[in-house]
Ligand binder design. Structure first.
Ligand code: SIN
Length: 310
């Protein structure tokens, strides 16, 4: 028995520690640092139907409270991904979750159809939440659109599906419910929070695209809140992401209801972190007197608030 194994509907992972899309390149870049085969899985940078040059520089800026990025889905397109990266990725001895984005619903369907024959792909993550391209978040701001994208992909692709959702909405719960109902095996909560950095002396925004997405420790409480709200309201496995940089952060997400987590911004300054977290997680499971990590998932004890209500 592997004590760290987790199952998210049709997606099986040897452990819950994944690396987030856009923070690990196509893995080659990380090969001298990370022990890929120890990870629960790798999610490479988002792939789009055609090559994209991305947004004008500067594309990243460190703020006092996290990293702002506006990359703009810079990538070489799906055909180059299949030619240059997929075989390498599938040989790394860990689950590969391909992250895709389309301009419209039909493009999501076309890409999913193209990936469907590659049965060694562990899952497809739908990036319906990029805040840095026109139309990027639209699919995850309306339950109906979310449902349409997921249904379109489900109809042409029988690989496990994950919907990566945006926090930049009023009610993520409704969007998560729509994704689950349309057939998503899991939801990733959450992509970056839209933000901005300004150089007041120059009277200019710092990012070339003006707005960007904030990630890093500052967003952890916000992401945890969303994991909590969705886990209380929707029956769908959750992959938590947002500011994770220690085993305590991992445990906070798991206890709150995430079945797996993604390490994101921390990969930029410590690409060895994710593999170390796997060992640390095994130690925590043991020290808590558990046989399996699943015994700890969703064990948050909420206060009984009935006494406070008048
Ligand atoms: C980007 O490429 O701009 C970031 C991707 C994302 O936030 O989904």
């Amino acid at each position: 028995m592997n004590p760290l194994e987790v199952t998210l509907n049709r997606l099986h992972l040897r452990n819950p520690i994944l690396v987030a899309s856009g923070t690990f390149g196509y893995a080659r870049e990380m090969q001298s640092f990370a022990e890929f085969a120890r990870l629960g899985g790798i999610i490479p940078k988002t792939v789009t139907p055609l090559p994209r040059i991305g947004n004008p520089p500067p594309r990243t800026v460190e703020t006092a409270s996290g990293l702002l990025n506006s990359i703009g889905l810079d990538n070489d397109g799906i055909e180059a991904f299949l030619d240059k990266h997929l075989t390498y990725l599938l040989g790394l001895g860990t689950a590969i979750i391909v992250n895709i984005a389309g301009h419209d619903i039909a493009e999501f369907g076309q890409m999913a159809k193209r990936l469907n024959p590659y049965k060694e792909i562990a899952a497809v993550e739908l990036n319906i939440s990029c805040p840095n391209v026109s139309g990027g978040v639209d699919f995850a701001t309306e339950p109906k659109l979310t449902s349409q994208v997921v249904s379109e992909v489900r109809a042409v692709c029988d690989l496990p599906l994950i919907a990566k959702l945006t926090p930049n909405v009023t009610r993520v719960v409704d969007i998560a419910a729509a994704a689950a109902e349309a057939g998503a095996d899991a939801v990733t909560l959450v992509n970056t929070f839209q933000g901005m950095a300004v150089d007041w002396k120059k009277r200019k925004p710092i990012l070339g695209n003006v707005l960007g997405g904030l990630s890093g420790p500052a967003i952890k409480p916000l992401a945890l809140r969303i994991v909590h709200q969705v886990s209380q309201a929707v029956k769908v496995p959750i992959i938590g992401v947002g500011g994770i940089q220690s085993i305590d952060d991992v445990m906070e997400f798991l206890i709150t209801g995430a079945t797996a987590v993604q390490i994101g911004t921390a990969n930029f300054y410590d690409p060895t972190l994710a593999s170390r977290l796997v060992d640390q997680l095994a130690e925590v499971v043991k020290s808590q007197g558990c046989q399996r990590v699943t015994e700890l998932i969703g064990t948050l004890q909420l206060p009984n608030r009935s006494g406070c209500q008048k």
